[in-house]
Ligand binder design. Structure first.
Ligand code: S6P
Ligand code: ZN
Length: 185
């Protein structure tokens, strides 16, 4: 059981001033396969700063994500996206810097796309896969908190993709159907 703790979060960068954190960095090589086009290289796409707590449903995991600006073809940089391993575990996001879109989809393909901007809180109910997309020119930074035993299922999204993609259109970010999406059998 953790004891009470506090941490300072830099709202512009997502950096957390704690020694007790686990940092996950994803490069273009790491996210190859999530975009319509292939991508390769050591350029950073995003980083996640995790303040780990025990993986119990009585605890709350807390972390920040810094998603860099950029595109692969006409698709904006985005996270891998996942369902929670324990499907009914919910999560909240609070954007602190930058602009983005939050894609959410159920296993049956129901899809919701929400805006992410400083001060926006997005509630992700259990059972909804989630992926964030940076549609701006600055890093998209958000704070997330989720039920401690949620875990992450990346394999389902790797196999099926998301029902929609966010591409740069003539009028800015545009949500389009993903022709490669594989619906639940
Ligand atoms: C964790 C939460 C976020 C993501 C992070 C990176 O449940 O949803 O902290 O882990 O934004 O995305 P992904 O899909 O690579 O984990
Ligand atoms: Zn999550």
């Amino acid at each position: 059981m953790p004891t009470p703790f506090a941490a300072q979060i830099d709202l512009l960068t997502g950096a957390i001033d704690s020694a007790e954190q686990r940092v996950v960095s994803r490069t273009l090589d790491d996210v190859n396969g999530i975009f319509a086009r292939e991508c390769h290289g050591s350029e950073l796409v995003y980083e996640v700063f995790n303040l780990d707590v025990p993986e119990l449903n009585s605890e709350l995991q807390t972390c920040t994500t810094r998603l860099h600006p950029g595109r692969v073809g006409d698709e904006y940089y985005m996270t891998k996206g996942h369902f929670h391993e324990v499907r009914d575990r919910s999560e909240i996001y609070l954007t602190t810097s930058g602009v983005g879109r939050l894609l959410m989809a159920t296993a049956s393909g129901e899809t919701v796309v929400q805006e992410m901007a400083p001060g926006t809180m997005n509630y992700i109910p259990g059972g909804w896969a989630h992926r964030s997309v940076n549609v701006g020119d600055e890093p998209l930074v958000f704070f997330a908190s989720y039920i401690g035993d949620a875990g992450h299922d990346y394999a389902t999204i790797e196999k099926r993709g998301f029902p929609v993609r966010v591409v740069e259109g003539t009028d800015g970010p545009t949500v389009v159907a993903n022709p490669r999406y594989v619906a639940d059998a």
